[in-house]
Design a protein around this ligand. Sequence first.
Ligand code: NOJ
Ligand code: CA
Length: 712
Amino acid sequence: MQTILLFVLLITPFTMVAKNIQSPNGHFTFNFELNDKGEPVYELLFKGKSIIKPSRLGLFLKNDPGLVDGFVLSNTETSTFDEVWNPVWGEESSIRNHYNELLVTLNQPANDRSLNIRFRLFDEGLGFRYEFPQSKNLNYFVISEERSEFAMTGDHTAFWIPGDYDTQEYDYMESKLSEIRGLMDVAVTGNTSQYPFSKTGVQTSLQMKTEDGIYINIHEAALVNYSCMHLNLDDENFVFQSWLTPDAVGDKGYLQAPCVSPWRTVIASDDARDILASRMTLNLNEPCKYEDTSWIKPVKYIGVWWEMITGKSSWAYTDDLLSVKLGETDYTQTTPNGRHAANNDKVKRYIDFASEHGFDQVLVEGWNEGWEDWFANSKDYVFDFTTPYPDFDVKMLNDYAHSKNVRLMMHHETSASLRNYERHMDAAYQFMVDHGYNAVKSGYVGNIIPRGEHHYGQWANNHYLYAVTKAADYKIMVNAHEAVRPTGLCRTYPNLLANESARGGEYEAFGGNKPFHLTILPFTRQMGGPMDYTPGIFDTQLTFLESDDHSFVHTTLAKQLALYVTMYSPLQMAADLPENYERYMDAFQFIKDVAVDWDETCYLEAEPGDYLTIARKAKGTENWFVGGITDENRRTSTVKFDFLDKDATYVATVYADGKDADFVDNPSSYQIKKGLVTSKSKLNIDMARSGGFAISLFPATKQDKKELKRLK
Ligand code: NOJ
Ligand code: CA
């Protein structure tokens, strides 16, 4: 007996210790073991087929042997979790969080310390994170790199953007994994950032498809007090390894035990719609931290914005430096440039339009001093967020808006000067409260100040979350642009209504987005949370511009309507100018009708890079809205209305591309049809090149049933 025990003890450190768990539906099998070097290794199978081959886990630490090998298995614990929770806002009103868990405790005898790895296997895939218990030899530590491997089983097709520490505003590439290296130079063309960090480095969320039709998505969840993860591909073996965003001196994370890493996620299915339907990213985040969430409300808004983006107007009040004081002499220039959009008359016009058409808010950018200095790059710290330009009467305009049941939306361009923003934050938020604002769009354009830090490093990530929680103290909702891409934190902090963190609609004015862009974003950027894409450009040819800029919006008008359904966000903008909506009032009706919060969502058709059709039921109503889009190819979508209530009849209004519509030659050709449908109805709808369609469905009244025909 004693000899056997001794034998076991001796061989344990170098024996493979296998543990496995299944997902609740049995589709996924997960195996864990330690290899002969004592390195943690996992693999993942979907319906019996390997989708992640044996892959190593661990972390390299600075001035330290690291947490990568020499481990022995000290303990394993399995458990099951199953609950339903209700998000404050979302794609549905209740979400099931159901998984089987394996918690592995690893000892590293040589360094007398331990590391835990927690694995959760859901019906849609795997989440895992590192947990660092505090010990004498693991207290304060610095990560030099994380070694989380994701070994692919082949040369999959990937939808990717270059790895970059400061921007995600790239056009997507679709290629085999083996082609990434050759395409990297093309992929970064036109972007001002100095990256990629490697010729095979890509960002998450990364969507892939295997040759036998399995969709695999890699991302992260609950990115808190840690650097954002990119992926670096070993393209001979098709193994991805985590690549964290460094700080100014190249370190990748400063941690103090006890603490945890964000979750690394692998979502997979043989049906692309399941990827979109997955709520795993949200489920891996902590429940809402706020007791009272009654002040958090989805927002539909317009804004004094597109005219600056397209170059018609300016953010700045003057083209000179605004406030230059040298010694006793004040050289302050206040000559108006005549192109300042955020002026009293214009803002009132927007407020009137919002009020007339039922919008909640009006964003006004360029309302505050600092833009001249920022554009002139004269100073690092130009904005104080409380000083309006002389032609923007902050009190009068807010009073006017409130009298019309509309609010103004605040804008804080931080110029990426994080400490400056933090210094002014209390005053800035208090200024908002005093004037009746409850939502802020913030932005982080330019290199992070202090220099050397990156947009996606641990330090900046902590700032973004600080800004959100601090805003909550003032009951303020946040929409942050150029911040780190979302990882489901909106579950915990639901006043984070949306982010940009990808190539948004604004790029249509800067040369354009590829027609397939909007069929990919839901599979990538939006896996972590809502995007403020700013849809609804009706004048897709930008005919209102007098300049000879040949930018145009690479969609049809009908596709712009579809985006209100396909691009989920509790914060939706109607981004075009009021006068452009006034030209197409019948189509504008859809934007007025469409909801921004939902009880139910059904994914009807989906293929990343090709097409997407989604139906959503508006929160607290019987109304449904459907959106469908296609890439650069014409396509016919077959919409089956079997998601509707079996006993009801609905009035459907279909906003579709005109017969002769085309995103280049004839984008504003659309047709609107109205008629009755039931759950048995089926419609074939033709989409133009980069076209789409939108449908509103309202329960039919007796009168409707008499007057309208069935839609065919
Ligand atoms: C970039 C943002 O994405 C855009 O929406 C904003 O208008 C500009 N920054 C100015 O802050
Ligand atoms: Ca941007």
